[in-house]
Design a protein around this ligand. Structure first.
Ligand SMILES: Cc1cc2nc3c(=O)[nH]c(=O)nc-3n(C[C@H](O)[C@H](O)[C@H](O)COP(=O)(O)OP(=O)(O)OC[C@H]3O[C@@H](n4cnc5c(N)ncnc54)[C@H](O)[C@@H]3O)c2cc1C
Length: 821
């Protein structure tokens, strides 16, 4: 077997994902592509997939768009390639017998409709008409998408491969990639037993093998293979005669989905407690493989599933199939350019939706490679959100059980991941625990979310309504507005950038002017050349050659990679000091009084104004004190050497008694910042937004000498007239309903956007969030405050519409009086 010596792109893996990437690269004009498949196409996981093609079910715009695109692609591939994809748009129904799931599916259905999916809520009787063998007596409703259905995974993959070949892609079967070559932090090709291939880009689409292959190149891909099952019954006359035209039926509460398969019933299963497979490493020679099914473990789940289609209980089983599929710590795929190695892309970890998203994912990756940037929001599934600690065998073994188990759970907004916890702790963790903190997983850190009063166990109740801790949360929120709070935010990412050119470098990559006077913090965004947001953070100038950069926990690897990759020939060095410093925020109108009582430094407004940075003494510690707020009050962020965190915390708490100091958690942070309409990258702003659309034009310095990366795009957008979309703050005027994410916003009955993130405004008195709205939905087609005030606005929450106020300026303290006071 010979392989080409050079290709522009080498794609590793001939499953549905690798073939889709190669197909889309070719369609975008990059035909100098080699796809390497270790064995034969589809021989990994793809060959045995159940082939569901479903657009319903996600509240991620990116995932929903990928599903829609995939369904449409599979519909046209046969005409293009002559290869049948087996696409049968027989419909799909998600059913529920549980009120909480009904609420969830209504929320999802509204969002999916907004994205252009035709979802109908149907009665149990209609479910029965469409799937006559279903037991429907206990059901509350079904959600039906007539155009969804199923496809043949092998047919789809072969069609993608054929389409790619037709355009010039070379597909080599029977040759594994054994490693990569690299130079200067970038990949330069791959090695194979048949010779090396020099390449500009490499794409790891190796499915359950992707983690091991990535590790060889130093790339972290923390996915884990797990057992995944379906059962096929003997022939059932009703199904054999008409069942091929029946929809796919899914009942997550019964752990199963159901469809016709060669005249019998296929029951696919997502069990709540699964079995990871080969944690130490997936065998390299596992091809067209099956795993010996574990009947004992699965029998109970199978029985429960069969109750939804009772005829299965009296029909023989033809096959219980078990195959491996990869799952990730948060059920999102691992996608994009690896932070460890330039031009090394990953598209793996599909969490059992690789067929139904595979077309769209291939398109996204190809677009990303060809143009240099993705054209969809990738913040939720970018490989750089994941961290090396998540690749440890113990983490994968434990977390995979929970993540796979979540697939069929009701996705309550207050659910927090329970397993693989305690990986990272702030130095004051035990003290916060003693104060009754409820902790949640914050990028592996134990983050205090809210505090229960003494004697009350901090526990979450799962519901869509007001949680049991709503009152505690409100009290923390009010303490920040009226008194003083302490909040541990040690999980924030902290970087020290030093060197003769540190200021020049940071000024070049920041849209704001960050290299002004020393001792001043600047809020800024980092943009790409197209003017799209890449980071949202603060830069504090300590002195001419030292800068303190702080980003959120989720942005850690993205911001660090962006920074490092732009150093080029600057005399600048980055140290990641996240572990070296704890962060304690003291915020609220009484924060100055409290801190002043503890330090010899002058904290008066004149000595330490808003945005000021000073090293101050507290007890035996020198603490970096920055007067800044993310919740809209007079307040301070204290950066404390890790080993002195406990000491400083104790001093603050002891002195705080006199000032009524309250401990506040991240729920309060979310509600406070949302009232002030402060943005959070990856939640309400992302890589598809420009700084102007995000309403952050005030943080852009268009006249600073030397300009900045992305400036031309900002200038061009400014000159091109009114914006097509803008981020607005939305406040529901009825104090009762809660918003979480993805609720649809209407102006004069016309949908014009959805809530990207939301919380509850305990001061504003209602659910509040940030929505990106389209100009086309606003009267006059121009989004300005006048048009917003003239419109009649409402938000759809679980099927009901509630009046809302919509604003471009923050509804809480728009003039920043409290911050500067
Ligand atoms: C029982 C079951 C049912 C499923 N049902 C559905 C469904 O209904 N709908 C849905 O959307 N998804 C479903 N899935 C999930 C779906 O099958 C996967 O998400 C998808 O097939 C993953 O595709 P892939 O290309 O990432 O991986 P794979 O298909 O495993 O492809 C990876 C390829 O890489 C090759 N490879 C590995 N290492 C190397 C190397 N070093 N060099 C070269 N080649 C290499 C392998 O041989 C393999 O062919 C199901 C999965 C299972 C197990």
């Amino acid at each position: 077997m010979t392989v080409p010596t050079h290709a522009r792109v080498v794609v590793i893996g001939g499953g549905v994902i690798g073939c889709s990437v190669a197909y889309h690269l070719a369609h975008m004009g990059w035909t100098d592509v080699v796809l390497l498949e270790r064995d034969r196409l589809t021989s990994g996981t793809t060959w045995h997939a159940a082939g569901l093609v479903v657009t319903f079910g996600s509240t991620s715009e990116t995932s929903t768009e990928m599903r829609k695109y995939t369904r449409a692609l599979y519909g046209r591939l046969e005409a293009e390639t002559g290869q049948n994809t087996g696409l049968r748009q027989c419909g799909f129904i998600e059913v529920t017998a549980d009120p909480d799931r009904l609420e969830e599916y209504r929320r999802v259905a509204a969002f999916n409709r907004h994205c252009g999916i035709d979802v109908d809520e149907i009665s149990p009787r209609q479910v029965k008409e469409l799937f006559p063998l279903a037991h429907v007596d206990d059901l509350l409703a079904g959600f039906h998408v007539a155009d969804d259905g199923r496809a043949d995974p092998v047919g789809v993959t072969m069609a993608l491969a054929k389409g790619a070949r037709q355009l010039g892609v070379t597909i080599v079967e029977g040759v594994p990639c054994t490693g990569v070559t690299r130079r200067g932090g970038a990949v330069t090709g791959v090695t194979t037993p048949a010779g090396d291939i020099a390449a500009e880009y490499v794409v790891n689409c190796a499915g359950i093998w992707a983690r091991q292959l990535g590790a060889q190149a130093g790339v972290t891909i923390p996915l884990q293979a797990a057992e995944h099952y379906y059962l096929i019954t003997e022939r059932i006359p009703e199904l054999a005669e008409r069942g091929a035209s029946w929809p796919v039926l899914e009942d997550p509460a019964s752990y199963g989905y159901f469809r016709e398969e060669v005249g019998g019933l296929m029951i696919g299963l997502f069990e709540p407690v699964c079995a990871p497979w080969n944690v130490r490493g997936v065998p390299e020679d596992f091809s067209f493989g099956e795993i010996q099914p574990d009947w004992d473990r699965m029998a109970g789940y199978i029985e429960t599933a069969m109750r939804r289609v009772p005829i299965a209980m009296t029909t023989g089983v033809r096959k219980l199939f078990c195959g491996p599929e990869s799952f990730t710590p948060d059920l999102q795929p691992c996608v994009g350019e690896a932070p460890e190695l330039r031009n090394y892309f990953v598209a793996a970890g599909l969490n059992s939706i690789g067929i139904l998203t595979g077309g769209g994912l291939g398109r996204v990756i190809a677009h990303w490679i060809v143009t240099g940037r993705p054209d969809v929001d990738v913040t939720g599934f970018h490989i750089d959100r994941l961290q090396p600690y998540q690749a440890t065998p113990e983490y994968r073994r434990i977390r995979t059980v929970e993540s796979l188990g979540m697939v069929y759970q009701c996705h309550y907004p207050s659910y927090v991941m329970q397993t693989a916890r305690g990986a990272k702790r702030s130095p004051i963790h035990d003290r916060l625990a003693a104060r009754n903190a409820f902790f949640r997983d914050v990028s592996g850190w134990e983050g205090a979310d809210w505090y229960a009063p003494p004697g009350v166990e901090p526990r979450v109740s799962l519901s869509w309504g007001r949680p049991s801790w709503f009152g505690y949360w409100a009290a923390e929120h009010r303490a920040a507005r009226d008194g003083v709070i302490a909040m541990d935010m040690s999980f924030m990412s902290k970087f020290l950038v030093e060197g003769r050119d540190a200021g020049r470098l940071l000024d070049w990559i920041s849209a704001n002017r960050v290299d002004g006077p020393s001792g001043v913090l600047t809020y800024t965004q980092w943009l790409d050349e197209a003017g799209k947001l890449q980071a949202d953070l603060t830069v504090a100038k300590l002195d001419d050659e030292r800068f303190w950069v702080v980003a959120s926990d989720t942005a850690h690897r993205h911001a660090l990679t962006w920074l490092r990759r732009h150093i080029t020939d600057h005399h600048a060095f980055v140290a990641d000091l996240t572990s070296g410093y704890g962060q304690l925020n003291v915020q609220g109108p009484r924060s100055r009084e409290l801190l002043q009582s503890l330090t010899s430094a002058d904290l008066s407004d004149a000595a330490l104004p808003f945005r000021g940075v000073r090293d101050i003494d507290i007890g035996f510690a020198q603490v970096r004190c920055i007067r800044i707020t993310y919740l809209g009050e007079l307040g301070y962020e204290l950066y404390i050497p890790t080993e002195q965190m406990v000491h400083v915390y104790d001093r603050i708490v002891a002195a705080g008694e006199r000032f009524g100091l309250v401990h506040a958690g991240l729920k309060a942070l979310a509600s406070l910042r949302m009232e002030k309409a402060y943005r959070d990258y990856g939640h309400d702003i992302d890589n598809t937004d420009t700084v102007l659309e995000a309403g952050l034009g005030f943080a852009v310095d268009l006249i600073k000498p030397g300009g900045f990366l992305g400036k031309d795009a900002v200038v061009a957008q400014k000159a091109s007239g009114p914006l097509g979309k803008r981020l607005v703050q939305v406040l529901v005027t009825d104090p009762e309903p809660l918003m979480f994410h993805a609720e649809i916003v209407r102006c004069n009955d016309r949908p014009c956007g959805y809530l990207r993130a939301a919380s509850y405004g305990h001061t504003l008195g209602g659910a509040v969030g940030l929505a990106m709205i389209e100009a086309g939905g606003v009267p006059g087609g121009v989004i300005d405050q006048k048009a917003l005030d003239a419109g009649r606005w409402d938000v759809e929450i679980a099927g009901r519409r509630y009046p809302a106020r919509v604003s471009l300026r923050p509804l809480f303290d728009p003039d920043n009086r409290k911050i500067k006071g």
